[in-house]
Design a protein around this ligand. Sequence first.
Ligand SMILES: Cc1cc2nc3c(=O)[nH]c(=O)nc-3n(C[C@H](O)[C@H](O)[C@H](O)COP(=O)(O)OP(=O)(O)OC[C@H]3O[C@@H](n4cnc5c(N)ncnc54)[C@H](O)[C@@H]3O)c2cc1C
Length: 565
Amino acid sequence: MLDVAIIGGGLCGLALAHSLQARGCDWRLFEARERLGGRVLTAKAGDGTPVDLGPTWFWPHTQPTITRLVADLGLTSFEQLDDGRVLHLCDPNRVPQTVSLTEQLVPADDPSTPATAGAVHGGARRVAGGVGAVIDALALPLPGARLRAGHRLEAVVDHGDFVELRLRFGEASYSVNARRVVLALPPRVADASVQFVPDLAPDVRAALQATPTWMATAAKAGFTYSRAFWRDGGHTGNAWVSHAQAMLSEVFDACDPPEGAARSPGAALAGFAALNVAQRESFARGRDLLLESQMVQLFGPEAADPALQPQRFWHDWALDTETCSPIDRASDALPVGSHPHHGDPVLAEAHWDGRLHFGGSETARQGGGYLEGALVAAGRLRRQLLAGTMDTFRPREAANDRLDVSERDAGNEQHLERFAAWVASEHGHAMARYRERVHQALSQQEADGLTQRSVVSSIESIYVAALQQLDTLPLVTAHLSVENPGRCALTPRVLELFTGRADQLLADAVIFNNTSCALSNFPFEHRPSGDYVRSIRRDLASAWQSFSAAANERLLAKARSVVSA
Ligand SMILES: Cc1cc2nc3c(=O)[nH]c(=O)nc-3n(C[C@H](O)[C@H](O)[C@H](O)COP(=O)(O)OP(=O)(O)OC[C@H]3O[C@@H](n4cnc5c(N)ncnc54)[C@H](O)[C@@H]3O)c2cc1C
């Protein structure tokens, strides 16, 4: 009987397969589509120029796992072209204006403030050859016979000491028995497309349904050309379109790196659809024409010049049942930029006595929804499966009194890791909270100082919740030491988790304000001045000081309680 069946050949499933293979485990991977990669999809123009129609970026300062994987696979990564300037088209009857985020975020008269090249994309990096290169590099060393593309899971039946998987391959249905099964799928897709016998417990069903699939309702366009003509005019390729007839809301340079062996022959731009799912359906017939005319309006007539061999690509993820569940499609509520709920603890547990595991990026506490989350989830699954194989599952907290020193360190590390995941997740939601506060303030006609109040209160609410988390964090306190004067040894480790996050929220908020039609009536908020941004930074610095002092106090209190015990 097969030991581990992995369902889903996206980044999560493939990364898990890779690590199980390295440890000599017996596994098979079943993928419903005819291709591997899931939401990773790199299209290729006739001359081989790649353009990503799924994920494009990773952010090394907050996403260590994907950053390490790209390097470990020997792939070339490079910075997204971004000098802090962006073309903004807010009226279809006018020419686009260049907005400089650098000027807004970094006042020219403040030389101490660091430069903000990269402000539009927050320091994002890309993979040469497209993100598909990661999938290819992961799949290449795996035995082909273990990778089954075109095999769709329809049902999982628990038989007590093994699970039966009912699969479909073309017209044929067949069963495979396995000791454990991992569903490396978006949770809502697992809920909608797989039958569970016996049915899942109500809290598990609820957790699956409550976890939206990141970008499931997005559609993306790619444009390849023989030459990056927009750079001739000094454009980076970054553009936002915020008028009501926009086809694409955001466009960016999607060329391969300017130098190096991986450089592809052509050039590319890519962008996200501005229309929702229903509008996309009604505009389907005229779509190509409308896309072309928007690109011409942004970048000039060369965008449609046959001499530049233009090719167009389009992928509507809402039409893929392997990505977009009926609940995702019906809600279609997630604008690009607001990050949904993810990392439900129920989904991170093993079910059916360790025979059923849920994976996929959305189950990760850290980086959930992103490429990072897919790898974090794969790491958690690997640990669970290997622990199950060695039959060493036991609750850690209950066994604390029997732990030796190295195990206690590992316990502390685990708690800090969990806290780090919580911090990342809270900050992942910070922008959505900011937007909520802005809309609430606008609906109550309280526009005065709205950006300042909304940014600062979003950050303060995270600090308040973080202190509560620290109170309950079951650190193995016997291993805490106190440094003089009055600083707990763990304080820097805890505080570093927050480094740069408030600045990031402020940068994101300014970008959001720039593109918000609702804020265009409030110029002071729509385009915050250097003075205004400085004043917000001062408030953020003061909130940070109070928080860091309070966090240190809490950690010291834990240490003191051990000394006095
Ligand atoms: C348009 C778009 C842009 C994005 N941009 C970014 C970005 O810039 N940066 C970033 O970090 N992330 C981005 N993401 C998110 C990123 O793509 C995902 O986080 C990541 O690819 C998820 O990997 P996964 O393996 O968890 O899930 P998936 O890639 O969804 O893999 C799940 C797999 O399961 C398969 N499957 C489904 N049902 C069954 C079944 N019944 N039987 C067998 N197989 C099944 C699917 O076909 C799929 O291959 C973007 C996503 C999209 C769609």
